[in-house]
Design a protein around this ligand. Structure first.
Ligand code: DX5
Ligand code: ZN
Length: 232
């Protein structure tokens, strides 16, 4: 069944002192997920949020919690976040050497969550090959991970296209998520190439009217995708 492009607002850009209101607002505006950026101050320079917040979020929203683990030791962290109520867990391929990437995806599935693998902007897309047939989602970073509010790295849409064709060639169709600098101007570029889920931090939460901003990004992405499908 056809699924429209979904927006996953990143609460890294939300107001931490009124998180409940921000979550209620994106729920009403039609968000597809709540994107939770977990940073360990080691894999990325920043420290952000962890298990206690995910537990509270799980009680506060019916939206799926899309947990992006920017940590150096994902294998240790997977069980904690799965138990806390994550719906999907995204690990970074850059810290999962050899069999560890396959092991991480298996562990996430065994913990009852959807599994996603993320690539930083300079990591070759072929890194995904051992797990591309098994993951539920691939996350293409369109900024260097660590901070919200950065500018989209031009050309990231080409990496979306590459992953789509690699996956197709092996008969797989994971969702493709893009994260970093996505807003009304950049969403169409990645949606046209096959992105299904768009993470938006500042484009939603720094907007004067976050609900309106969310809908505008979703509409811009969906219309670009429709045009691309029409010309295929
Ligand atoms: C960056 C995070 C992103 C970030 C997105 O490391 O993974 O999810 O919050 O923020 P924007 O949309 O503002 O680039
Ligand atoms: Zn993220």
């Amino acid at each position: 069944m056809y699924q429209p492009v979904k927006i996953a607002p990143s609460i890294l850009s939300a107001d931490f002192l009124s998180m409940g209101n921000d979550i209620a607002c994106i729920e009403r505006a039609g968000a597809g997920y709540v994107h939770v950026d977990v940073m360990d101050g080691h894999f990325v320079p920043n420290l952000s949020m962890g298990v206690p917040l995910v537990k509270q979020l799980a009680k506060a929203t019916s939206l799926p919690l899309d947990v992006h683990l920017m940590v150096s030791n994902p294998l240790d962290q997977i069980p904690w976040f799965a138990q806390a109520g994550a719906s999907s867990l995204t690990v970074h391929a850059e810290v999962l050497y050899g069999d560890a990437l396959v092991q991480a995806v298996r562990m996430i599935h065994e913990a009852g969550c959807k599994a996603a693998v993320s690539l930083k902007p300079k990591t070759p897309v072929q890194t995904l090959l051992p797990v591309l047939g098994d993951v539920d989602m691939v996350l293409i970073m369109s900024v260097e991970p660590g901070f919200s509010g950065q500018s989209y790295i031009e050309g990231s849409e080409g990496r979306v296209a590459e992953v789509v064709s690699l996956a197709r060639a092996m008969g797989a169709s994971p969702l493709i998520q893009v994260d970093g600098g996505i807003g009304e101007a950049t969403a169409p570029k990645v949606a046209r190439e096959g992105a299904d889920v768009l993470v938006c931090g500042n484009a939603v939460f720094a907007a004067e009217d976050p609900a309106c901003a969310l809908r505008a990004v979703q509409a811009a992405a969906e219309s670009a995708r429709m045009q691309a499908l029409g010309s295929e």
